[in-house]
Design a protein around this ligand. Structure first.
Ligand SMILES: *Cc1c(COP(=O)(O)O)cnc(C)c1O
Length: 413
């Protein structure tokens, strides 16, 4: 294959139909940000939004803001906007709580659909909070259920007529591998089981079609590819056919049919509102809208195509420039089977990533040996990929990573 150079990458940027979106993000000079799969970049409008919500709304209108600025319906309003990005309908999505809490809610609801069945199929190598949350729920329910942990190839085989729920993450947090949501959901439902999908690494990075795949429930977060800000609320999706039937158990007042009647007893709200629990972090929710506003204007097919091209370019440049340094590709090479990130395995991965970060190339490290590079298509350029891989080459060629300062462990990797 022909050798590429930086000018080739710059030309790809000139031809990029999404290039204009980069202007909407504040990115520090001299930084190549390849960690949007963990914490998305800051939209330039974020500060103005905080000013509006904190100073103009909270500061001036105080408690009236629940009505005059409609704070009370932010979870539904943002949910309706997000619905357009993930193939859901209006009234099926809420932006609320954290991913883990939302998973607890929808998994509980899903388990009520086939109450006599006790098996939950999950992926053992999934991001741990999903598994921990399911384990906590199983304990709470009296250890009546069994979690069947299956890995990639074994998942479809593990689904049979005894399974209650299949709960999977579409894009693997470490390898970036994409599961076939449509085929797995079809198998799940053919066996009479219920599907729950985690979209943490897919929402905002690729075209997701929840209703096209007939998914039952889904969750995800907004601080990764949806650029909602650190710790911004997660989201949940419940297909309309389950509303009023499969209920979640965190039955707080926001999920009550008449929250301001202050009744003694719980009566579930209609529709998606039953999935709410309590008062939401309004400042954080308001910030989430800035990121969502950008995502709703981006054509997700173009986003997906660019994400695949960025990944392909990265892999090709690592082969071209870093072929001698012992990196193993830890993601699918086939772009159709890969989300918006590429993982490389290397036994000195931690120190190599620290050396990269010291030079402004921001990726991250996942134990025991994985360097992760995330490509958020709305603000990462093809030239960024060139710069990242050429720095990686320099660090390896000159053994920069061996310096003591890069071998000290920090709390957050
Ligand atoms: C990022 C991520 C989470 C995060 O969950 P929080 O509740 O926001 O901490 C959960 N699951 C997966 C698969 C993730 O990638």
């Amino acid at each position: 294959m022909a050798q590429l150079n930086r000018q080739d990458c710059e030309r790809m940027d000139v031809d990029d139909p999404l290039a204009g979106f980069r202007e909407e993000f504040a990115l520090p000079e001299d930084t190549v940000y390849l960690n949007g799969n963990s914490l998305g970049a800051m939209p330039k409008k974020a500060m103005a939004q905080v000013q509006q919500t904190v100073v103009n709304e909270w500061g001036k209108d105080l408690i009236k803001s629940w009505n005059v600025h409609d704070w009370f319906h932010l979870p539904q309003r943002l949910g309706d906007r997000l619905a357009t990005v993930i193939g859901a309908s209006s009234g099926e999505v809420l932006v609320t709580d954290s991913t883990g809490i939302n998973l607890f809610k929808v998994l509980s609801a899903a388990l009520t659909i086939q109450p006599e069945r006790t098996k939950i199929v999950m992926e053992g190598s999934n991001f741990p909070t999903d598994n921990y949350t399911a384990q906590g729920l199983v304990k709470l329910l009296g250890d009546r259920h069994e979690i069947i942990f299956a890995e990639e190839e074994a998942i479809v085989e593990a689904i049979d007529d005894s399974v209650a729920v299949v709960c999977l993450t579409q894009v693997h947090y470490k390898s970036g591998r994409v599961l076939d949501m449509k085929a797995i959901t079809e198998k799940t439902q053919a066996c009479g089981a219920v599907s729950v999908w985690d979209l943490c690494h897919s929402a905002g990075a690729m075209n997701v079609d929840l209703n096209g795949c007939n998914v039952d429930f889904a969750v995800g977060c907004t601080y990764k590819y949806l650029n909602g800000g650190a710790g911004s609320p997660g989201f949940l999706f419940a297909a309309k056919r389950h509303h009023g039937k499969a209920l979640q158990p965190l039955t707080g007042w926001w999920g009550h049919k008449a929250p301001f009647a202050f009744d003694r007893d719980y009566t579930p709200a209609d529709g998606i509102d039953q999935m709410l629990s309590g008062t939401q972090p309004i400042v954080s929710l308001a910030l989430t809208e800035v990121g969502l506003d950008i995502a709703t204007r981006a054509d997700m097919s173009l986003v997906r195509r660019k994400s695949q091209q960025l990944g392909d370019l990265f892999i090709r440049l690592v082969e071209q420039l870093c072929g001698d340094y012992g990196f193993q590709l830890a993601s699918p090479k086939d772009a159709d089977r890969r989300g918006s990130q590429v993982a490389l395995a290397h036994e000195s991965g931690y120190a190599i990533m620290q050396a990269l970060i010291s030079r402004g190339i921001i990726g991250d490290y996942r134990a025991p040996d994985t360097l992760r590079f995330g490509f958020a298509p709305l603000y990462v350029s093809y030239a960024d990929i060139w710069d990242a891989v050429s720095q990686l080459k320099d660090i390896m060629q000159n053994e920069v990573w061996k310096q003591e300062e890069f071998n000290r462990r920090l709390a957050v990797t």
